[in-house]
Design a protein around this ligand. Structure first.
Ligand code: SF4
Length: 373
């Protein structure tokens, strides 16, 4: 099987403020952008000529849309001078609604961004306040409209569910509003909180309610039902595309266990069975590179059984599932598979094992039922 082209990820570690639930590495320090840009340029050079042309480029964060026009231009110029891309590569930029001015949208387009992933999270003002977002529902809607007016034909609206206080009704209202913009892609991630997140502490103090597992499952079913009812393809546990060609190519690379290079603090990379990850501190990241060193914090060479286990994890998260013969390589694979089929967690379709909606709900647990050793 020919390996898919690698993906390039760039982590922009800056935000205008920190949201109360966030677990991504980012800092509120606009003064550090220039030094970080120099460091990214140094880091890119380390990997020059080490990867074939990239099939996708994904700027995530943090808040990539926070960078101003000249900084973005400098950054993208450096990326193109260092790396090559396949013809028609997917270029995604994560954006916060409050950054989407007409001027900024023009810069994105001129730089070749062809897919915007807009972090709306909810169209309910009280939920947005609880999450600590800076935008409200109205400005989020205006941002999506502005992106459409600017000519973006591939817009993703990113939502969160299981927000404290969220009800089936408020979720349906958010989905309805999101769908009124006819987005090409919708992501709905379940809110998960690290114990030290401000929102987790507020829940602990009883200042915000917690969504229990059953309520969370019901909300998940509602999302799949509403989006599926309008023809969106539920192609990954948390992701929906308006048609096959609109799946996120970059993220599909992760789920297919394809190679990728990650640049920037906290970014992860994976190639030839080895995973490595960068320091998650912008100062140490920059210092290492300025000293002529690599900013890598750790790495691991995956054993054959780890690779099998990861393929199981990713396979149970996607509607494409896994080839039926993949399970031949697992001890008792056929027997466990038959049990999952009996429990309606997977079904066999055209020689592939694909998770059902119930299987999606338990996707993190299903791989543990197989022994890869
Ligand atoms: S904007 Fe995104 S990355 Fe930044 S703090 Fe909020 S959730 Fe985290």
């Amino acid at each position: 099987m020919q390996e898919r082209p690698p993906g390039l990820y760039l982590h922009v570690p800056f935000c205008a403020s920190k949201c109360g639930y966030c677990d991504f590495y980012s800092v509120v320090r606009p003064g550090a952008v220039s030094r970080w840009l120099d460091a990214v340029s140094l880091e890119s050079k380390i990997y020059k000529d080490m990867f074939p042309p990239f099939g996708t480029f994904y700027m995530g964060g943090g808040t990539p849309s926070l960078l101003d026009g000249p900084d973005l231009e400098r950054l993208i110029k450096n990326i193109h001078e260092t790396f090559t891309f396949e013809e028609g590569f997917e270029f995604t930029l994560e954006a916060n609604p409050d950054d989407l001015t007409t001027e900024k949208l023009r810069v994105f387009e001129a730089l070749g961004v062809n897919r915007l992933s807009i972090g709306v999270q909810s169209f309910d003002d009280s939920e947005l306040r609880l999450l600590g977002r800076r935008h409200d529902a109205e400005s989020a809607g205006k941002a999506v409209e502005a992106a459409r007016r600017a000519g973006f034909g591939n817009i993703g609206i990113d939502l969160i569910y299981a927000i404290p206080g969220q009800t089936e009704r408020s979720l349906r209202a958010t989905l309805e509003r999101a769908l009124s913009f006819e987005p090409e892609h919708v992501s709905c991630y379940e809110l998960t909180l690290e114990p030290e997140a401000p929102l987790a502490r507020a829940i602990e103090r009883g200042e915000a309610g917690k969504i229990d597992d059953d309520a969370g499952k019901n909300l998940f079913m509602t999302i799949s039902d509403v989006l599926g009812g309008l023809g969106y393809i539920h192609y990954e546990v948390s992701n929906f595309a308006r048609d096959e060609g609109l799946r996120s190519r970059h993220n599909s690379g992760y789920w297919d266990h394809g190679p990728y290079l990650g640049l920037g603090p906290s970014a992860h990379s994976f190639a030839a069975g080895v995973r490595w990850w960068n320091l998650d501190d912008v100062d140490s990241y920059c210092s290492k590179l300025n000293e002529g060193d690599v900013p890598v914090e750790g790495s691991e060479s995956l054993s054959e059984s780890q690779i099998l286990l990861e393929r199981l994890y990713f396979g149970f998260r996607t509607a494409d599932g896994l080839p039926l013969d993949f399970f031949d390589s697992l001890p008792d694979g056929g027997k466990t598979l038959a049990e999952l089929e009996l429990a309606s967690l997977v079904r066999i379709e055209e020689n592939r094992v694909v998770p059902t909606l119930l299987g999606f709900l338990l996707s993190d647990r299903l791989p543990l039922l197989f022994s890869a050793d």
